[in-house]
Design a protein around this ligand. Structure first.
Ligand code: SF4
Ligand code: SF4
Length: 332
């Protein structure tokens, strides 16, 4: 029987073989890809795959689902061209300072809301997968609040699929932009992917790790999708960590909230972090989450209930604390 991971795996297998043969990131990993790990047999239905999940997705988000899959396919093809170009064998070149501002302008013009920079730790590359290059430009794209607030209604699923498609297109376009300037690049599509994106985005300083397994960004909370473009450039920027007070504020809220734990219909979120292979710790059990995620158009309940998903909530927290500090200083 075919299953929902089939499309991703089909394009993935050749890409992984190429990346493993030409990649500069040591293959030593531990985290398991949710796409590979998920018990797809639980999704079995009389007509097998496409079955219930595909029918639902096609009815409600067909255009975006097709767009997202086309993006995964385009990324796999671009990877083949990248390996054939010989760029993975070349020594890293300098880009010069104005280049990074231009890259961020380009990302913004493609609809990206936040950009971060991180080295790719081998332990974040999923087991048996690989990427070509050791540096990641991490890309975050917001999902619309009104649609996500209707989860698990189809409107939320449509928004999830729309964002996968748009962000995948943006990652592929940024990859091509780097190539046109002579730099090596591999697009990491948001759907599937070879790297644990929330942990990578955390290392890039884009936010903190939430109890729902997602990155909590100061403005968008977990209401976003993540992708990356992998590269190797001599003067790659260092990560820009969140200010300590900002990170502490988000973590303190998350430590006392647990709304997502209560809302998750599958019990996939733990109150305390669970050790995972390779020294990773996580609140999320992908084996419980993923079947529901796939059959409910991206689910999104744990995003909907997070207070940080509300537009302006994170900024209001920041202002409230600044006000408290000012008041304390005035008194003291
Ligand atoms: S996506 Fe749904 S099933 Fe998965 S952790 Fe969030 S609420 Fe639970
Ligand atoms: S819902 Fe609450 S506990 Fe869950 S990620 Fe958001 S802030 Fe953290």
């Amino acid at each position: 029987m075919l299953n929902p991971g089939w499309i991703l795996r089909r394009f993935e297998s050749r890409a992984v073989a190429l990346a493993r043969s030409a990649g500069r990131v040591p293959v030593s990993s531990c985290a398991e890809s949710p796409v590979r790990r998920a018990p797809f047999d639980r999704l079995a239905c009389p007509v097998g795959f496409p079955g219930r999940m595909l029918v639902l997705n096609l009815i409600h988000a067909g255009r975006w689902l097709v767009g997202a899959v086309a993006g995964v396919r385009a990324a796999a093809r671009a990877l083949e061209a990248e390996v054939a170009s010989g760029r993975p064998q070349r020594a890293p070149q300098r880009a010069g300072e104005p280049f990074w501002a231009e890259l961020e302008d380009c990302a913004r013009s493609l609809g990206i809301n936040a950009v971060g920079y991180a080295r790719v730790p081998p332990e974040l590359v999923f087991r048996d997968m690989a990427v070509l290059y050791p540096q990641a430009v991490v890309l975050l794209m917001e999902m619309g609040f009104e649609a996500i607030d209707r989860a698990p209604a189809p409107a939320a699923g449509r928004e999830v699929m729309r964002t996968y498609a748009a962000l995948g297109e943006a990652a592929n376009a940024l990859c091509a932009w780097l190539n046109r300037r002579g730099f090596p690049a591999q697009a990491g599509h948001p759907l599937g992917g070879a790297v644990l994106y929330p942990a990578l985005a955390y290392r890039a300083g884009l936010g903190v790790q939430g109890r729902n397994g997602l990155l909590l960004h100061p403005c968008y909370g977990p209401r976003h999708r993540l992708a990356a473009v992998f590269t190797d450039i001599a003067d790659f920027p260092p990560p820009r960590p969140l200010p300590g007070s900002e990170a502490a504020r988000l973590e303190a809220l998350c430590d006392s909230c647990w709304a997502c734990v209560a809302a998750c219909p599958t019990g996939a979120l733990a109150k305390d972090p669970v050790p995972r292979p390779g020294g990773l710790r996580s609140y999320l059990d992908p084996a419980r989450c993923f079947p529901f995620f796939m059959t409910h158009l991206g689910c999104s309940l744990c995003i909907k209930v997070c207070p940080l998903s509300r537009p302006g909530y994170g900024l209001a927290l920041r202002e409230r604390e600044a006000g408290r500090k000012e008041a304390a200083a005035a008194q003291g």
